[in-house]
Design a protein around this ligand. Structure first.
Ligand SMILES: NC(=O)c1ccc[n+]([C@@H]2O[C@H](COP(=O)([O-])OP(=O)(O)OC[C@H]3O[C@@H](n4cnc5c(N)ncnc54)[C@H](O)[C@@H]3O)[C@@H](O)[C@H]2O)c1
Length: 307
């Protein structure tokens, strides 16, 4: 892969932001990476540490301010409180909404064709607020959503079938959080319906969905945060944008019919979300998805005055 010459700014240089910088650097997605954090000492130390890895690539990494960040091709927002053991992602909303609003104010005037990628949690709610408050077209503001959950799901299924993860096509849809659901009826193993090659009982499906949903919680309980998985999926999202891959990925984006942002497959390219990719769900899955949207809308309604 060659360096595109573009730039990516990462707001928030903590565990997730620094791991994303490391993934982008190793994958050589852009020529310049800019880290921004209100903790300037931490930011400088992360840049120093990451710069020791740049001998593997031609990527430049530096600390910057919000005005530098506002000119980047992609601005990734990871700044915010993280879950403590026992917290749900929605528990973070008060603190992280305030942080998001102050960041969006500091980024103005924001480059009109930048892509704003939200990673901080609760990602679906913050994506919606970023769409409303950034002044950017909706398609240019997206969240990492359930791409990470879908990768976790594929890994479990691949393990059962003893095939490569890349041969499994399966989506976790809805909220990146407790109300997410697996679109079992649309899952395939290289074109063959998954449930034909792996006939799962309802209990087995629930067990796999729960393992997928609870994976972050299990990691956070021991090490306090997750970072590598989200960093790898963020690098994948950035590659799809910078190189206009038109890849179909489950990402949090605006859903007109559901009146919120949540994850469904979308075509991703240089302009951001190019289109939502149709997924033919069965009745039960559609009801689950609508339930997920309803629970997100309920939270959004509580924060109406912030819009
Ligand atoms: N979407 C996902 O799949 C996913 C996965 C893991 C973590 N996360 C989320 O990512 C976020 C960050 O997690 P983390 O482990 O890196 O936390 P962290 O505490 O290690 O880092 C957060 C950083 O944000 C900085 N920050 C706070 N306010 C800021 C502001 N106004 N401007 C600039 N920087 C600011 C802090 O100084 C800190 O360095 C959390 O919300 C977490 O839940 C999302």
């Amino acid at each position: 892969m060659s360096v595109s010459g573009g730039s990516i700014a990462i707001i928030g240089a903590g565990s997730v932001g620094s791991a994303i910088a490391y993934s982008l650097l190793l994958r050589q997605v852009v020529a310049d990476i800019i880290l921004v954090d209100i903790d300037h000492d931490l930011c400088q130390a992360q840049v120093q540490d990451l710069s020791d890895a740049t001998f593997l690539s031609n990527v430049r990494i530096r600390a910057g301010d919000f005005q530098d960040a506002s000119k980047a091709d992609i601005i990734i927002i990871t700044a915010g409180a993280k879950q403590k053991p026992g917290d749900t992602r929605l528990d973070l909303i008060d603190r992280n909404l305030k942080i998001l609003k102050s960041i969006l104010r500091s980024l103005q005037p924001i480059r009109s064709n930048t892509i704003l990628l939200i990673v901080a949690n609760p990602v679906d709610i913050l994506t919606l607020f970023a769409q409303r408050l950034s002044g950017l077209p909706k398609g240019q503001v997206l969240g990492s959503g359930t791409l990470l959950d879908s990768i976790r799901l594929k890994r479990i299924i691949a393990g059962k079938l003893k095939v490569a993860d890349t041969s499994i096509h399966a989506f976790v849809i809805g909220e990146h959080g407790d109300s997410q659901c697996v679109a079992w009826s649309t899952a395939t193993v290289h074109g063959t319906p998954l449930l034909k090659v792996l006939p799962l009982t309802e209990t087995e499906k629930d067990e796999i969905a729960t393992l997928t949903r609870k994976k972050a919680e299990a990691i956070i309980k021991v090490k306090g945060f997750t970072s590598y998985g989200v960093a790898a999926v963020t690098a994948r999202i950035c590659e799809a944008i910078i190189f206009d891959h038109r890849q179909v990925l489950p990402l949090s984006h605006w859903q007109e019919e559901l009146d919120c942002c949540l994850s469904l497959p979308a075509v991703l390219g240089r302009d951001g979300i190019i289109s939502s990719f149709p997924l033919h769900l069965n009745e039960a899955e559609q009801a689950f998805l609508e339930g997920s949207a309803k629970s997100l809308r309920k939270v959004i309604a509580d924060y109406k005055e912030d819009l």
